[in-house]
Design a protein around this ligand. Structure first.
Ligand code: EPZ
Length: 420
């Protein structure tokens, strides 16, 4: 329960590496249950990673972690229950359901928690497991989901997702790699993190094709071996730093990024008046004197504009020249940052599922509360650009997805500290 203390008005300059992707490493950590031994590098030092490693140890895996490299040996793993206390904190722990069902043919896990972005249902996940032969029971009084496969081994199935859910696509892949037969996932999510998961699984002996397209085909194999894998860079952390520069002025160079994972974000930053250069492994950005309004900002599934960048761009539009209508299409209520931005003087009007942001010259520092991971990051960005001092409470939300954001931004010239 720490607080970020920010003194606005400093321009940013320099170079920085965004680190490994949270949303790639979390499914890969769940996948490591299926493999003999996994060695992962470029792992971000995040509370969600530490929590996932705790879960792996609870399952009987042997885990080594030095803050950026992880070694997991799952040969002797034999537990099939994920403690409820873990699951309540992090939604992506639901991904252990797929890997435990795939490996052991049984699993019990608490109902998922995580950011309060809306219903965040898991019906696509459970329906898919049932189609693959699992008996799935939602046990209300224990607050858990209890699954078992009568003959211990899941069967391949043809699964069509109603909407391209990232987590459901990943969970089905994890259940399918050791299943008996072929599993097809139609209307699959196409995020780069899903491609990274497929790369990891294929390196360990799985047969996954089509990751990154809307049609994924998994051919079940008898077992998975050992694997060495470097986690892809975090496109959302990278985009957050680019927004920080766009809002505060100056220019920075991002190293160890994959620009093709960020096309929509880079195009939006250009539309807002930033100068962007990118090439193999880098992105350079320079801020305009005054940011332009984007007029319309609508989130979409990959490769569209990412929902995980919506809050950061909303903060940016609060100081742009003109009006912007923001529409969040992925989560029912990824909107709690708007009220906090208003406390900083932002001109924001919510009309149904549209939010109109009227840009102004400057925000004013205030004390605000991080409502969730990306909303918290957005408030930090607003504080960097505001006049005076801003305090952002509930730092634990931000620490789930940003490795020492205060150290990174200070390195680039910001005046920010994290107080316990
Ligand atoms: C992943 O969440 C990411 N998390 C999220 O990042 C990201 O915002 C989201 O994908 C969309 O890109 C991780 O990868 C750990 P979804 P996930 O399943 O898998 C509905 C961040 O900030 N849905 O694609 O939970 C659901 O309610 C986090 O890093 C169902 O209805 O996202 C939501 O409205 C936040 N039934 C929508 O789909 C289901 O069974 C998108 O969910 C599953 C999902």
């Amino acid at each position: 329960m720490g607080n970020y203390r920010i003194k606005g008005g400093r321009t940013l300059a320099g170079h920085i590496n965004p680190g490994g992707a949270k949303n790639a490493v979390l499914p890969i950590l769940a996948a490591s249950v299926l493999c003999d031994e996994s060695i992962l590098t470029n792992v971000p030092n995040l509370s969600d990673v530490t929590l996932s490693l705790d879960i792996l140890e609870q399952l009987g895996c042997i885990v080594g972690y030095d803050g950026s490299k992880v070694k997991i040996n799952s040969v002797k793993a034999d537990k099939t229950t994920v403690p409820t206390k873990h699951v309540g904190k992090m939604r992506s722990s639901i991904l252990f359901l797929g890997s435990m069902l795939g490996r052991f043919g049984e699993a019990e896990i608490g109902l998922p928690g995580g950011c309060k972005l809306g219903a965040r249902k898991i019906d696509y996940h459970l329906d898919a497991f049932r189609k693959m032969g699992a008996v799935v029971e939602e046990n209300e009084e224990r607050g858990t989901i209890i699954c078992h496969v009568p003959n211990k081994r899941l069967s391949g199935a043809d699964i069509t997702l109603k909407t391209p859910s990232v987590g459901a696509t990943e969970n089905i892949m994890l259940a399918a790699v050791l299943a008996d037969g072929i599993t097809t996932i139609t209307n699959a999510a196409k995020e780069p993190e899903i491609v990274d998961l497929a790369d990891f699984l294929n390196k360990s002996g799985a047969k996954v094709i089509g990751a990154g397209t809307g049609e994924i085909v998994v051919t079940g194999v008898k077992g998975l071996g050992s694997v060495n894998h470097r986690i892809i860079p975090d496109r959302i952390v990278a985009g957050t730093y680019l927004c920080a520069v766009a809002m505060t002025g100056g220019d920075i160079l991002l190293n160890d990024v994959i620009p093709t994972h960020m096309t929509a974000t880079l195009n939006m930053l250009r539309d807002a008046g930033c100068r962007i250069k990118h090439g193999n492994g880098y992105v350079w950005i320079a801020s305009p004197d005054r940011l332009k309004s984007l007029k319309n900002l609508t989130t979409d599934v990959y490769p569209g504009f990412p929902t995980d960048m919506q809050a950061q761009f909303a903060a940016m539009q609060c100081i742009a020249d003109g009006e912007c209508i923001i529409r969040e299409t992925i989560f029912e209520s990824r909107d709690k940052h708007f009220a906090e931005l208003t406390k900083m003087g932002a001109n924001i009007k919510v009309t149904g599922d549209e939010v109109t942001v009227k840009g102004m010259a400057r925000l004013r520092g205030a004390t605000v509360a991080a409502p969730d991971l990306r909303g918290g990051a957005a408030l930090i960005l607003a504080g960097l650009a505001a006049s005076g001092e801003t305090i952002v409470n509930n730092s634990e939300h931000v620490e789930r997805g940003y490795e020492s954001i205060e150290a990174a931004l200070s390195w680039l010239g910001a005046e920010i500290s994290l107080e316990p």
